[in-house]
Design a protein around this ligand. Sequence first.
Ligand SMILES: Cc1cc2nc3c(=O)[nH]c(=O)nc-3n(C[C@H](O)[C@H](O)[C@H](O)COP(=O)(O)O)c2cc1C
Ligand code: SF4
Ligand code: SF4
Length: 281
Amino acid sequence: MAARAVGEGLKRRHVMVSLIPLSVPLYPVPDEAKGTPGDETPQHAPKLLLFFPVYAMDAPWPVYEWIETLEGEGRRMGVISVSGGGEVWPNNQCREVCCRKLEEKGFNVVYEKMLIMPPNFITPAKADLSIWLLRALPEKADKTAAEFLDSRLSRIRGKMPSRFMRFISNMETVRGKGFGKLFKINQECTACGWCVKNCPTGNISLLPEKLKPVYGKNCALCMRCIYGCPTKAITSCMPVVFKEGLNLKKIIADFEGKQPEPLEKCARGIIWKGVKKYLQE
Ligand SMILES: Cc1cc2nc3c(=O)[nH]c(=O)nc-3n(C[C@H](O)[C@H](O)[C@H](O)COP(=O)(O)O)c2cc1C
Ligand code: SF4
Ligand code: SF4
């Protein structure tokens, strides 16, 4: 949603935009993303913007694997992280390793930014706060597009994550790969295959002899299968996974024509400090 909104901002400024979701199988680089030299395809476009959701204060592991498939050749790159908590410690170290790897691959990383979306894990935001964030997105995204195109802007040189923070993030990644094994599929499953098709890492299969999806050990913890299953048949006993799911369309519909409660009320507490700052900027 955030990437699409920034894409709209770029199009308004007459930039040709191609959105390549990371859900397109990444390995090998898909044909539609390859192109030939001179093309405006992602492999050869003069400017690229990488979007990633912040997972465990870092980019999810498929992003690092994707970077390995690229050749920078001095092209301009912007890096946008999308988090639930905003540009506060320790989130504010989340782009550093990613930017360094892109520079090692020959990209000229000229721009970075944090956008915020309603969080999908651990701490649910009140629906009112989600509405504040969703309504702020078009303006934030438009500003992001303008800033990215503004060649005078350069990188916010942040700090490299400490060894301790890297350790925590790496632990989360390693543990998280087997996360899907902890999901349970209940009798509501219709074997429709939606989760199989939409898992960004191809971690789910639907074996003909088993009429339920089977998980591998390549989970990126994105929650797409749980929150996107049409019959809500995938459950988890972990308290960090929202039982009721995250349905942004429903939140938007529920608030049509209504004002959310004041920010002071729905973003109370230290946990929402970064979100409040972002919305008030
Ligand atoms: C496994 C996992 C870890 C997360 N870790 C963080 C985090 O460290 N900091 C943060 O602000 N948000 C964190 N979030 C919230 C996501 O960044 C936020 O919900 C996301 O940007 C929404 O994008 P998505 O729905 O495309 O995943 C995490 C979400 C997940 C699923
Ligand atoms: S998306 Fe849901 S209903 Fe469809 S196969 Fe997966 S678990 Fe079953
Ligand atoms: S949470 Fe589900 S959709 Fe996301 S990577 Fe893991 S198995 Fe795939």
